[in-house]
Design a protein around this ligand. Sequence first.
Ligand code: SME
Length: 154
Amino acid sequence: MNFDSFKKTDLVKNITVLIDKNIPLVANLANISRLLEESFSNVLWSGFYLTDEVGKVLYLGPFQGPLACTTIPFGKGVCGLSALNKKTYVVPNVHEFSGHIACSSLSNSEIVVPIIKNNNVVGVIDIDSKKFNNFNEEDQKILEEVALIISSLF
Ligand code: SME
């Protein structure tokens, strides 16, 4: 797979090229997790948590990075709050975020964006960084557009 650029400003364009609606969801999410890693600077972990409808729980999905927590109830940690409240969280310092779930002690900042389909959260995009304050409003805007594209795969 050849892309001219892995710049984050090209992410939406690149994802549109990358995804294939004729293959299983997990195959698309696996490649997207890598594309996210390539497209942002200082990424420690990038990937997905996916909703289990019955339990209102997020389970670990495709990702790049260190081993991670497998189960996050709605409302817990940054991912669980994003899923519960259907909103993006940009966290400049995870150590100051009450309830943050530390999967890796190396993580210092993160962004979590809900993936919403028919008004239900089907999963979240989670990107963690070793660097404090690694994500900003521009990243939020890009990733919310990405989440909208990904929602069409569910
Ligand atoms: N930091 C997240 C947990 C997921 S890992 O960082 C991969 C949270 O508090 O939701």
